[in-house]
Design a protein around this ligand. Structure first.
Ligand code: HBI
Length: 361
């Protein structure tokens, strides 16, 4: 029996779609960084396998060469599993195989077929953290098989996300968390709204721009500009919108920008597994207006820390934006502290790890 206070030696497999630290890995990057940082502070050993050029301050990373994996959201549900030549994911799995005996547990953050398929080939147990909702038949199938052969080894952010899978009951909900000391509460705000995230079709940025243009308010935008065509189409479609794109900022700079804003707009087209940007805003005292879809629908306390809006309704966004002054900004910070602190996240993950280690003995 592994006592929860005992130090664990953990090997993280990062997402293979991007270089860790650049935003290419989306929300799961923040989860990996925050979790690794807090586990290291709590005297556990963590090593991360990630693509070449990956870098996170004060966190050990073993960079692995090879070609990045294709993002699953670009493929159809029926798409066959594909690996590029010299696949960084395959190289990461092979490296993990070679060093596995040095670790109590491997934690897979790749939303990919290969690490699930290889689980029975490993002696060291593997915990699979699933960072998105259901995206493909082949992945659903291998995840379901892994869940039945290795009970309790599938973790997700939220219940809504789990419910997109046929094996929802086999998923352990872990939520998310932030280093709240990096986010400064701001009681005051300027009249601007803000949108955060990867600029890509599944994030629905055009709706936030449309709402800002119709309401005649300024919208600040931050995040990785992942899809240039999509971005230029938005600029052409809303020439009168007052928007400012500020790039992908490290946390310190980002929170300085968002803490002054009146509200965060979240416009997910897909079932957002969690929506880390929502708790980043709450941590600064910024209320969140989001479509009632996916993770944000479980995070936002409607009318208390923000507003939940009919999905894909720009009118709904505008109505909520007009009411944003009703929200007490301190209540937003309090919710972040109560539910999304890093120690709370770490404890949830350690309980999950210990459950796996106890049952795998
Ligand atoms: N696609 N194939 C693949 N593998 C991943 O790990 C992956 C992805 N797309 C997006 C993604 N991970 C992360 O941005 C998630 O946090 C959304």
């Amino acid at each position: 029996m592994i006592s929860s206070s005992q130090s664990l030696s953990l090997l993280f497999l990062s997402t293979p779609v991007g270089v860790l630290g650049t935003g290419e890995g989306g929300g799961v990057e923040l989860t990996i960084k925050n979790l690794a940082q807090d586990l290291l502070h709590s005297k556990h050993q963590v090593n991360i396998l990630a693509p070449k050029d990956s870098y996170l301050e004060n966190i050990p990373i073993e960079t692995i060469p090879g070609n990045l994996q294709v993002a699953v959201q670009g493929e159809g549900r029926e798409a066959p599993i594909r690996l590029p030549a010299n696949s960084v994911l395959a190289n990461m799995c092979d490296y993990a195989r070679q060093v596995q005996s040095q670790y109590d547990l491997i934690v897979n953050f790749a939303y990919d077929w290969l690490p699930f398929y290889l689980t029975p080939f490993f002696q060291t147990p593997i915990a699979h953290f699933i960072s998105m909702g259901s995206m493909s038949e082949a992945l659903d199938e291998i995840m379901r098989e892994t869940a039945s052969r290795f009970p309790n080894t599938l973790g997700v952010y939220t219940k809504t996300q789990a419910e997109t899978f046929p094996f929802a009951d086999a998923c352990r909900c872990l939520g998310s968390g932030l280093d709240l000391s990096l986010y400064e509460f701001s009681r005051e705000s300027n009249p601007e709204f803000v949108w955060l995230g990867r600029i890509a079709p599944e994030k629905g940025l055009e709706d936030a721009v449309a709402a800002a243009e119709q309401l005649g308010v300024r919208l600040k935008i931050f995040g990785l500009l992942q899809d240039q065509t999509y971005w230029h189409k938005i600029l052409e479609s809303y020439p009168h919108a007052s928007i400012h794109y500020g790039g992908f900022l490290p946390t310190h700079e980002l929170q300085q920008e968002i803490r002054q804003c009146r509200g965060l707009l979240m416009t997910p087209r897909w079932v957002e597994a969690f929506g880390n940007v929502a708790i980043e805003a709450l941590a600064c005292g910024v209320p969140v207006i989001s479509y009632r879809r996916g993770g944000p629908a479980e995070i936002i306390q409607d009318g208390k820390t923000g507003f939940l809006v009919e999905p894909d309704s720009v009118e709904g966004l505008i109505k909520a934006m007009k009411r944003i002054g009703e929200i007490d900004r301190w209540a937003c910070r309090q919710q972040a502290e109560a539910e999304y602190s890093l120690p709370a996240l770490r404890d949830r993950f350690l309980q999950w790890f210990n459950q796996i280690l106890t049952s795998s003995k």
